[in-house]
Design a protein around this ligand. Structure first.
Ligand SMILES: C[S@@+](CC[C@H](N)C(=O)[O-])C[C@H]1O[C@@H](n2cnc3c(N)ncnc32)[C@H](O)[C@@H]1O
Length: 248
């Protein structure tokens, strides 16, 4: 069961994509030398690793996101772009020709697995693509106690003579642990509305304990759990989990 859509708004992803996670993932990448990024999107993080000398294979199931990633990679110097391989694949069912010492999922990508079957299929795929003793890292925003359904403005960015504004509305179904989100992107060129994109999506609301149980069930042992990318032990609304395959 899948409900995610990044296609129509892919071109605006990086405009609003600023996050404080890159240094954390880059440090891990440099430690392990090569990595698989699941849900690579526009290659926002993968490019940071490649620029630091890390080979990265990124998979994503959105052709539009991959189009943006490929265009951005094409603009990089040869030594950087040659370190990135991009493949269209679903994170619940992928079979690459190689294994990796590091597999990571940045920006709550795991929440796009809606059912428990998808979650476990995804974790099994991760396990199958990890080298022996390799590291799996994922971050995940934890469910909030309440979400605002009313449409509200969240960002505004300027590109040349165009202002792009982003609106959001969320509706949580706590019983089924689902979050339905509507994002509206409006572009105003010289003050005139020139484009409106509406993206609707559903992600899974996954709690920390459930995530740890899923990882355990799939065959991982937890090495570290942090509350942010600076490795704080205090957990609030984000978890960053480092896990390894269980040794049998
Ligand atoms: C929030 S974006 C994160 C992109 C990137 N990891 C980053 O941090 O900038 C989520 C990404 O997951 C991808 N995605 C969602 N469901 C997926 C699936 N079933 N298989 C592969 N990728 C998926 C989306 O297309 C999107 O590019």
């Amino acid at each position: 069961m899948r409900f995610m859509s990044y296609d129509r708004s892919a071109k605006y992803y990086d405009l609003f994509g600023e996050k404080d996670d890159s240094a954390y993932y880059k440090e891990l990448g440099m430690q392990y030398g090569s990595a698989l990024e699941i849900g690579v999107g526009t290659a926002r993080v993968a490019l940071e690793l490649a620029a630091a000398g890390v080979d990265v294979w990124g998979i994503d199931n959105s052709q539009k996101m991959l189009e943006i990633a490929r265009a951005t990679c094409a603009e990089q110097p040869a030594d950087i772009k040659n370190r990135i391989v991009l493949t269209c694949a679903d994170m619940t069912d992928f079979h690459l020709s190689t294994q990796f010492p590091l597999v990571y999922m940045a920006s709550s990508v795991f929440s796009h697995c809606i059912t428990q079957e998808d979650q476990l299929d995804c974790l099994t795929c991760v396990l199958n693509h990890l080298e022996e003793g390799g590291l799996f890292v994922l971050d995940l925003h934890l469910p909030e106690p309440s979400y605002t359904t009313a449409l509200r403005l969240i960002d505004k960015e300027e590109v040349d003579d165009t202002v792009v504004v982003r609106w959001i509305s969320n509706r949580a179904e706590y019983a089924d642990q689902l979050l339905h989100t509507t994002l509206i992107f409006e572009a105003y060129t010289n003050g005139v509305l020139t484009e409106r994109i509406i993206e609707s999506s559903t992600v899974s609301l996954i709690y920390k304990r459930e995530l740890l149980l899923l990882l355990d069930k799939a065959g991982f042992t937890i090495e570290h759990i942090y509350g942010n990318y600076s490795k704080s032990e205090k957990i609030d609304n984000l978890v960053v989990v480092e896990a390894r395959p269980k040794a049998f």
